[in-house]
Design a protein around this ligand. Sequence first.
Ligand code: GRG
Length: 313
Amino acid sequence: MAQDMSQVDAVIRAKLSSDVALIEQISHYIIGAGGKRIRPRLVLLFASALGFEGPQKYELAAVVEFIHTATLLHDDVVDESSLRRGRETANAMFGNAASVLVGDFLYSRAFQMMVSVDRMRVLDVLADATNVIAEGEVLQLMNMHDPDISVTDYLRVIRYKTAKLFEASARLGAVIADAPKEVEDACADYGRALGTAFQLVDDLLDYEGNTEALGKNVGDDLREGKPTLPLLFAMSHGTEEERTLIRDAIEHGEIDRLADIVGIVRRTGGIEATREAARGEADAARASIEKLPPSSAKDLLLELSARSVERSF
Ligand code: GRG
């Protein structure tokens, strides 16, 4: 996808322009650090798989990357994170206020670009998605430090905060290709399942991964007292003593016992169970697009779902 992605990067660069120097500095800082660009790839791949090759697909691909970047800027402030994409986070480098405000700039620039595509359905999909993402973050805040949340509560948060933008990206590819509603829904189903798989892996890498490969600090979820699936699984499969240790860590956001907790998560099978749940979602994603006509874009979408489960960063 190198050629297509360089078109997206060209749109991104052009649309970052502002008379305000600090906006350009911070937005280039975070966007220039790279990232996997999965969400724009979804827009492009679904548009191509459905036969659409117009330039609006690059605009919309840049839009979803801007929204994603705005959420990262805000999220790193909320989580007080210090490392992202292998660099100091923007909040660590430029401060919380500047980070939040540049997030607002990117978010509102994304809406200006959407309007320029001149399709009410595009605005509809993204207005809905961004609203649900914000709900997901608030739900997550409410679950913080609560070791008693259910797996259903946990899955709701990840469907809202992460899977919704994947779903919207996939759907937009279908919307600009003028696909019939049932095809649009099938693409959205793929995006939602892929996004869920992606966040499940994100959550397990916080216990299994390493900081250098991930480009962000491992153990951050525990430090914040986030009850994710590896911990929920370990609590329900560990001994009484292990359960108490994990409950305390979630309640107080301690990481002094991180090494012990990682050991318990591994021994009880919390990592493998989370990866298995991600595999289930990736399988569902693949099944959703079974009926799309054969194409190289479809092949890439099938490959993307497999790779997102086995990824280590
Ligand atoms: C501005 C609409 C808006 C909402 C603010 C803070 C917040 C509400 C939402 C945060 C949502 C969030 C950051 C969810 C986590 C998603 C996630 C898995 C991010 C990492 O994505 P990658 O791995 O990142 O695709 P790269 O660096 O590869 O781009």
